[in-house]
Design a protein around this ligand. Structure first.
Ligand SMILES: NC(=O)c1ccc[n+]([C@@H]2O[C@H](COP(=O)([O-])OP(=O)(O)OC[C@H]3O[C@@H](n4cnc5c(N)ncnc54)[C@H](OP(=O)(O)O)[C@@H]3O)[C@@H](O)[C@H]2O)c1
Length: 353
């Protein structure tokens, strides 16, 4: 494998003024739980050196421990705050399902933001996402709370994650009508298995209201990194007992069939002389609607491999895309089989994504 890493590309995040690296780095199921502090710092150091400028986290990741680990790494690495972006997400909290400790009430949004800033050791977040939609809280309360955080300078922009386009449009409408700051970015899953929302309704929304798109799990949790290609998966997060729910969401009851298709796609990547993670990420980045793809890495070597995607984005032409569709068994416009988004909306005590 060629270890040379091409220069980073930067894209404007929706209609914000932010320039964001096309590849950004997340901290779910890695920092603060599966990866120690030295490795965390090494992964971040490599990312930053290669131009990654957005680091994504959430209060729920390892129940706050991921934010704390990121905070320790930021202090250790000592980067000027002006040179990187940090995003947080509020919804599930860190105290389980007690009244007021989770969701999108003004109380939890304010307290969640303060706790996140404390754990990260930062004065402000560049982006703050509502991690899911809260059916129990009036939308106007959430929009007002997020808007107030912007005005207080605790966050620079706010966004949504896995909200329907109807919910996002409603939030924009309320903001316009009442003079609040509107959401500007949606964080949504996008990979070979889960793609219909990004390629369908989000596209229209992006054209209409200019919403930015930060997409997550471009490698489908490592499936398209070849992580699970050799017989039974080993040591990846899908093998961990605590992530049994994720394995179910990612592979469902047709596990053998999905893995067979995943392996066919990964074999195609090797056949064209690249690595699975590079082809998977390049396929995501070839979509001009994607402002940034948030990947994960549990070692510098993984990230080094994945960053090579930048060099092959142009190779994802119609011919290769068609071969990928065949390997995925998606010819004839078959809909995606993944139910990951629905599954990921499971209750907080089940879920730590
Ligand atoms: N908004 C949301 O609801 C939401 C939900 C999920 C994720 N996210 C964000 O998106 C980020 C990325 O999600 P993700 O971690 O699922 O992304 P991903 O890029 O699909 O998967 C990353 C994982 O794939 C494996 N991997 C990566 N490169 C590899 C390589 N070169 N060779 C072998 N294995 C490799 C590693 O698995 P192992 O760690 O098992 O080694 C790594 O942690 C998260 O950290 C989080 O910030 C947001």
């Amino acid at each position: 494998m060629n270890s040379a890493i091409p220069p980073m590309l930067y894209r404007r995040l929706g209609r914000t003024g932010l320039e964001v690296s096309a590849i950004s780095l997340g901290s779910w199921a890695t920092f603060g739980e599966c990866v120690d502090d030295d490795t965390t710092a090494a992964v971040l150091d490599l990312a930053y050196a290669r131009g990654v400028n957005l680091f994504d986290c959430a209060e729920t990741y390892a129940r706050g421990a991921a934010e704390a680990a990121l905070g320790r790494a930021f202090r250790r690495l000592g980067w000027p705050r002006e040179t990187f972006l940090v995003s947080g997400k509020v919804f599930w909290g860190v105290h389980g399902r007690r009244p007021n400790t989770w969701g999108l009430s003004r109380k939890h949004v304010f307290e969640g933001c303060d706790a996140t800033l404390r754990r990260l050791g930062l004065d402000y977040l560049d982006l703050f996402f509502c991690h899911r939609y809260d059916e129990n809280v009036p939308l106007v309360e959430t929009v007002r709370a997020m808007s107030d955080l912007v005005r207080q300078g605790k966050i620079l922009h706010w966004g949504t994650s896995e909200w329907s386009t109807f919910q996002i449009r409603e939030a924009c409408r309320i903001a316009r009508a009442d003079g609040f700051v509107p959401p500007q970015v949606e964080q949504v899953q996008y990979n070979f298995l889960t793609r219909d929302k990004v390629e369908g309704e989000m596209r229209e929304l992006k054209a209409d209201v200019g919403i930015g798109l930060a997409v997550w799990s471009p490698l489908a949790y490592g499936l398209f990194a070849g992580r699970y290609d050799d017989g039974e998966p080993q040591n990846g997060r899908l093998d961990l007992r605590k992530y049994a729910w994720l394995r179910e969401a990612a592979l469902g009851s047709e596990e053998a069939d999905v893995l067979q298709r995943v392996r066919a796609v990964n074999a195609l990547a090797r056949e064209i002389g690249t690595t699975p993670s590079r082809m998977a990420l390049a396929w995501v980045l070839r979509n001009p609607d994607v402002d940034t793809a948030i990947t994960g890495a549990s070692s510098p070597n993984q990230l080094r491999d994945t960053l090579g995607a930048l060099a092959i984005v142009e190779r994802i032409d119609d011919g290769l895309s068609q071969r990928i569709e065949v390997a995925l068994g998606r010819t004839g416009g078959a809909p995606e089989r993944s139910n990951a988004i629905r599954e990921l909306a499971a209750p907080p005590d089940v879920l730590q994504q």
